[in-house]
Design a protein around this ligand. Structure first.
Ligand code: ATP
Length: 233
């Protein structure tokens, strides 16, 4: 369904992503694992169509991301690493505003979409709270909620547990597993434990190159991964 074919992205003379190829099948939860600067965000931005590959191709459902970006945009939900939230808006106001940006013009449809994503992300108890009063965990859930507004078949989550405490992390991982029952998910992380806990498959990225593409169930010796990734957790 999602395919990256020899995708390369250069910034001036620096190659951030170097000839990366992989497929993500419908219904999978795939973890893009790598250190800071490995190229995870750059790949995710190319997957969502926000950034054009220097060479190679990203396709979704067989359609080229750059040539069909408007059509494909509607099938993708994206949680960027730094989501601009409007601190003085309440959760409901913010999600209603985001729904408008997604082209849900009809007021009743917007209300239904907001109700659906609030329910999916368990935000009911904070609906009228201004965003600036929320914990980091709630803010991330608002970020996931906005990504769900157009009912995407592909969810792209850039470091969804970054900065969360253990309880918030547990909650976010449960949420992603639940969402993975009805959508295909690709998430980035630098924590192998997260991939183990949530994902069906791991893609390991090192200095812009894909060094591993393996179903979690088939990883014979996960300790090898800790060594390769240098992850102490
Ligand atoms: P992190 O975990 O820190 O978010 P990452 O794996 O997501 O890291 P990227 O943000 O994709 O890594 O960055 C990969 C490399 O590309 C880094 O060296 C970064 O400095 C560089 N890079 C990313 N975007 C740009 C840009 N717009 N211009 C120049 N260099 C960039």
């Amino acid at each position: 369904m999602l395919e990256c074919q020899s995708v390369t992205r250069r910034f001036a003379s620096f190659t951030a992503v170097d000839s990366v190829s992989f497929r993500v099948e419908p219904g999978e939860i795939v973890g893009l694992l790598g250190h800071n600067g490995a190229g995870k965000t750059t790949i995710m931005r190319m997957i969502t169509g926000a950034l054009e590959p220097s060479s190679g191709q990203v396709t979704l459902d067989g359609l080229d991301m750059q040539r069909h970006s408007l059509e494909l945009h509607a099938r993708i939900g994206y949680l960027p690493e730094q989501l601009p939230l409007y601190p003085e808006m309440t959760i409901v106001e913010y999600l209603d505003y985001c729904a408008g940006l997604r082209g849900i013009d009809n007021r009743r449809e917007r209300k239904e979409a907001v109700q659906r994503v609030v329910y999916d992300t368990q935000l009911e108890d904070k609906l009228t709270s201004p965003i600036q009063t929320l914990s980091r965990g709630y803010k991330q859930r608002v970020g996931v909620a906005q990504a769900l507004l157009n009912n995407p078949k592909l969810l792209v989550l850039d470091e969804p547990t970054n900065g969360l405490d253990p309880e918030q992390t547990r909650h976010m991982r449960d949420l992603i597993r639940r969402l993975g029952q009805s959508a295909t998910v690709i998430l980035s992380t630098h924590i192998m434990q997260e991939v183990n806990a949530v994902c069906d498959r791991v893609l390991m990225l090192q200095q812009g190159r894909l060094t591993l593409d393996e179903p979690i169930a088939e990883l014979a010796d996960r300790a090898v991964l800790h060594v390769q990734c240098g992850d102490p957790k």
